[in-house]
Design a protein around this ligand. Structure first.
Ligand code: NAI
Length: 348
């Protein structure tokens, strides 16, 4: 079986070489390098499995993403072409929850400013943070990650309010938190953290109007998906001082299909200057590029703010979680080859 791994690191590579040694493996950095004969593909979140890709890879039978999310895979198209899709549903709820608290604490204790401060010369008051104990945290989405965040919040002595499209009253009793409607959660929480999936109904869940209903000084934390927050609205709320800080592991548009993730704004501008096209020709040739560029600029503005702590989609990235991801991916491949596929994802 020809199996192609995209965007795998060197330690992942040696793991799969050991575990899947009976197969023909290839490790490539981008989707454009995947062999046209690949029968199993193992992409990561930035690797788009779309019409173009599927048309160029007719032998493909399984897409085995090394992630929980599958926003980068056109599930419906895969279904129509008879390509199964498997994911790694649970590899690190605690891992992402711990990172969520790393973001919260770096804002509440002003680690960014403190790290830049000159020893003995910075006024203590300028670096003063606040206690989490006794504060209210609003958890949006109480699934695998959200419920772990609640456990940690309990450990910090926080009051927990939560909302979910499908409230789990057993969990609420077990962990001692309260479900409330989103509109009631917003004006009560000093920290709001997002742990729900991105879907059409959750796109820009935190928009201008909802941000304005939050408590002044609220901290907004997002380790779920960037498009859950309207970036422009968040920048405006940070600038106005209404939002006190943002801790972001994900950015709006970061999984856009029209550019590789490594392309930065400067490269994109240089590429445009050298393209020698008129603005109109450029728009016709790259219909989504202008929007992408605008979003990238907004993201740059956002993450440059002193009260924003940004990490580049690494909340999942602990040694332990990486090991669990690789093991589940290997099990997904083996189960599929035995005719008993596991962890399949199907279109809603
Ligand atoms: P999950 O599926 O276990 O939980 C999601 C919860 O959100 C469910 O309880 C669901 O009912 C709830 N929900 C759905 N729609 C909602 C709405 N409109 N309002 C409130 N709640 C709603 O998912 P899991 O594993 O906890 O992941 C949560 C998010 O974290 C996902 O977006 C996932 O893509 C992201 N993620 C990010 C990672 C990172 O490295 N930054 C790593 C892993 C996941």
């Amino acid at each position: 079986m020809k199996i192609s791994f995209v965007s795998a690191g060197s330690s992942d590579e040696s793991f799969f070489h050991d575990e899947l040694r009976d197969h023909e493996l290839e490790f490539v950095r981008s989707m454009g390098e995947v062999s046209s004969e690949a029968e199993i593909l193992s992409p990561f979140i930035y690797d788009q499995v779309n019409l173009d890709f599927l048309e160029g890879h007719p032998a493909l039978r399984l897409v085995c993403t090394r992630s929980a999310g599958w926003d980068h895979i056109d599930l419906e198209l895969c279904r129509r072409r008879g390509v199964a899709v498997a994911n790694v549903p649970a590899y690190g709820a605690n891992t992402v929850a711990e990172h969520t608290f790393a973001l919260i604490l770096s804002l509440s204790r002003r680690l960014r400013e403190a790290g830049l401060a000159v020893p003995d010369r910075s006024p203590v008051e300028a670096l003063r943070g606040f206690d989490l104990k006794g504060k209210t945290i609003g958890v949006i989405g109480t699934g695998r990650i959200g419920s772990h965040v609640i456990r940690l919040a309990n450990g910090f002595g926080m009051r927990v309010l939560a909302c979910d499209a499908f409230p789990n009253t057993h969990l609420a009793d077990l962990l001692g938190f309260e479900y409330t409607a989103l509109e009631d959660l917003l004006p009560q929480a000093q920290v709001i953290t997002l742990h729900c999936p991105l879907r059409p109904d959750t796109f820009h869940l935190l928009n201008r109007e909802r941000l304005s209903r939050c408590l002044p000084g609220v901290l907004i934390i997002n380790t779920a998906r960037g498009n859950l927050i309207d970036t422009e609205a968040l920048i405006a709320a940070l600038e106005a001082g209404h939002v006190g800080g943002a801790g972001l592991d994900v950015l709006e548009g970061e999984l856009a299909t029209t550019r590789p993730p490594s392309l930065n704004v400067t490269e994109l501008i240089l590429e445009e200057l050298h393209a020698g096209l008129s603005p109109e020709e450029y728009r016709l040739k790259h219909p989504n590029r202008i929007q992408d560029l605008q979003q990238m600029m907004r993201n740059k503005v956002l993450i440059s703010r002193p009260n924003v702590v940004f990490t580049p989609h690494v909340a999942f990235n602990s040694f332990e979680a990486a090991d669990r991801i690789n093991r589940t991916t290997m099990e997904n491949v083996r189960a599929f080859l035995k005719g008993k596929p596991i962890n399949l994802v199907t279109p809603a």
